[in-house]
Design a protein around this ligand. Structure first.
Ligand code: NAD
Length: 264
């Protein structure tokens, strides 16, 4: 294979369907010569992921629910058996109770706080622990975050708190794993209509707001996120770790509504 990712093998976690950001990243990696393994969450998603794996020439590494550590162990044992080692890992996993992605943050329940932080933040550390053992010759770990970690966003609520903790985790993991040549970074993607995003209240308004106010005056696609991810996953990014890289049409630099935008 030729390309930026030729000779590299990677595990991609978080493909649910062909609108998933993880799928956009997987496509970009495959197009650059990477060999891929995909996980899926349960049988319902297996049916969706199987044809995508076939299209990408990827192997299926098995079912993974990050709240079930046995399923995580099984996935990594399977990869170790089939490949021995990996060069990169994509973590594109998040979850919160839909009822709490609406209204006020202050109404978050302790149960959903724990669940959201565990699935959306702790799971990165859980997979990094296991990936470290398969990255003997160095590697690149990438997660996905959102601007709601940095600034208040309507309805993002406890997920914003989880993403802030996730971004801090990126820095701590980068420091822990740097000596072994393992880099840890995040892409902070602008809003994209995916399955996970459909749980967020008023998501259409958020998309429209970004379209009107981002410097590029549009939202981003999963293909654009995938292409930017290549920089961090490939050797192009070999000097970069602990970084939060925004792929959001520039929205994160804007401090005020575009005065030329119509009212929403
Ligand atoms: P998606 O619904 O396609 O992907 C979310 C994935 O998380 C699914 O594959 C799902 O199976 C997985 N997941 C949820 N709970 C899990 C669990 N317990 N165990 C294992 N897997 C679990 O949506 P997406 O928007 O592509 O989300 C991918 C990542 O991108 C998430 O971290 C999300 O927060 C982040 N992100 C999304 C946007 C956006 O606007 N869509 C913007 C910035 C960041």
């Amino acid at each position: 294979a030729k390309g930026l990712m030729a000779g590299k093998r990677g595990l991609v976690m978080g493909v649910a369907n062909n609108r998933s950001i993880a799928y956009g990243i997987a496509k970009a990696c495959a197009a650059q010569g990477a060999e891929l393994a995909l996980t899926y969450q349960g049988d319902a998603l297996k049916k969706r992921v199987e044809p995508l794996a076939a299209e990408l020439n990827a192997i299926l590494a098995g079912h993974c629910d990050v709240t079930d550590s046995a399923s995580l162990d099984a996935v990594f044992a399977n990869i170790q058996e089939q490949w021995g080692n990996i060069d990169f890992l994509v973590h594109a996993i998040a979850f919160s109770d839909k009822d709490e992605l609406d209204g006020r943050y202050i109404d978050t329940s302790a149960d959903n706080f724990n669940k959201t932080l565990f699935i959306s933040c702790y799971s990165l550390t859980a997979v990094a622990q296991r990936a470290e053992k398969l990255m003997g010759s160095g590697g690149s770990i990438l997660t996905l975050t959102y601007y709601g970690a940095e600034k208040w966003m309507p309805h993002y609520n406890v997920m914003g708190v989880a993403k802030a903790a996730l971004e801090a985790s990126v820095r701590y993991l980068a420091a822990d794993l740097g000596p072994q040549g393992i880099r840890v970074n995040a892409v902070s993607a602008g809003p994209i209509k995916t399955l996970a995003a459909s749980g967020i209240g008023d998501f259409r308004y958020i998309l429209k707001w970004n379209e009107l106010n981002a410097p590029l005056r549009r939202t981003v696609t999963i293909e654009e996120v995938g292409d930017s991810a290549l920089y961090l996953l490939s050797d192009l990014g070999r000097g970069v770790t602990g970084e939060i890289h925004h792929v959001d049409s520039g929205y994160h630099v804007v401090g005020m509504k575009n005065p030329e935008a119509p009212d929403l």
